[in-house]
Design a protein around this ligand. Structure first.
Ligand SMILES: NC(=O)C1=CN([C@@H]2O[C@H](COP(=O)(O)OP(=O)(O)OC[C@H]3O[C@@H](n4cnc5c(N)ncnc54)[C@H](OP(=O)(O)O)[C@@H]3O)[C@@H](O)[C@H]2O)C=CC1
Ligand SMILES: O=C(O)[C@@H]1CCC=N1
Length: 270
């Protein structure tokens, strides 16, 4: 399944806030035709209006994909109108945290192909990662279509089952926020050691960006890459003694943070 096949039938994007616009930016900069995209959003941003996509302009009769990107808390309002976004051959693709496939089946009918996805905001620069899982009506052709759309903004992984999606949300859906906070706090720590704020921020951004890219590209795994930075009894060793402390360091902190996100996803689904 190619992007061309999706562009031919068109796609509908319901909700164009932070995540919807990150994905839209990724599709457009990757060359997707704006005329193939219909966006529905009550308060379209100036950026959205400038993109050339159809905004609040009706929807095509037979869209390939209806992508639902409203907040789970708004889903109650949005669900009843969703069936009108497509027909029997439209794939409904939801990126909402929490809202379960069965909630969509109740609204859209148990015959509809429904795919849950968990993307992340680096999609805006084609560097996202999205996990997908479909209901029983989502055929391999439907999954391939979702794959094609989401591959255009980064990597795609397929889940064994819907039970994995809250943990995925805790790791990669919410994960960019943890990394941005790491950049903020690394820069602040540099300032506390006497650096000017702009220099500290430049060092922190380049370090996180470069280390992330190295972790993606290198043959060695991240633990070996960490060892490669750590000279015997040197500066990194001193820092890692703080960070790797099993009681007060990153392991218990991130364990609690990811659990809190995953638990919140489960809670939103109730
Ligand atoms: N932000 C992220 O990094 C990620 C978000 N998600 C999921 O994406 C979804 C959207 O999140 P996010 O983009 O952060 O939230 P936002 O609030 O930024 O975006 C939601 C958008 O939907 C609009 N909206 C609300 N109700 C309707 C409706 N009935 N019809 C059409 N549009 C509507 C909102 O308009 P208004 O603001 O006027 O209410 C807003 O523009 C959530 O379900 C979230 O779980 C998934 C992965 C990552
Ligand atoms: O914070 C949220 O609920 C959404 C889901 C994953 C990232 N943002």
């Amino acid at each position: 399944m190619s992007m061309a096949a999706i562009e031919e039938r068109g796609m509908v994007l319901l909700g164009c806030g932070k995540m919807g616009s990150a994905m839209l930016a990724g599709w457009l900069s990757g060359g997707m035709s704006p005329s193939a995209i219909w966006v529905l959003d009550p308060y379209p941003s100036d950026w959205l209006l400038s993109t050339g996509v159809h905004v609040n302009d009706g929807v095509p009769a037979n869209p390939a994909i209806a992508l639902i990107a409203v907040k789970p808390q708004m889903m109650g309002d949005a669900l009843p109108s969703m069936a009108a976004l497509g027909n029997a051959s439209t794939v409904f693709l939801s990126i909402a945290a929490g809202t379960s496939i069965s909630a969509f089946e109740t609204a859209l009918g148990t015959d509809s192909p429904i795919i849950r996805a968990m993307p992340n905001t680096p999609a805006a620069i084609g560097r996202g990662i999205t996990a997908i899982v479909g209901n029983v009506n989502a055929t391999s052709a439907h999954m391939d279509m979702a794959d094609a759309l989401l591959c255009a903004v980064g990597q795609v992984v397929r889940l064994e089952g819907e039970h994995q999606i809250d943990a995925v949300t805790g790791v990669s859906g919410s994960g960019p926020a943890y990394v941005f906070h790491l950049i903020e706090t690394l820069a602040a720590a540099g300032v506390a050691e006497g650096l000017p704020a702009d220099l500290a921020m430049k060092l922190a951004k380049a370090t996180v960006g470069g280390a992330g890219q190295l972790a993606e590209d290198a043959d060695e795994d991240p633990s070996q890459l960490r060892v490669n930075v750590t000279s015997p009894n040197g500066t990194t060793h001193a820092a890692l003694q703080v960070l790797m402390d099993e009681e007060t360091g990153l392991p218990p902190l991130l364990r609690r943070a990811v659990k809190a996100a995953a638990d919140r996803g489960r809670e939103l689904g109730k």
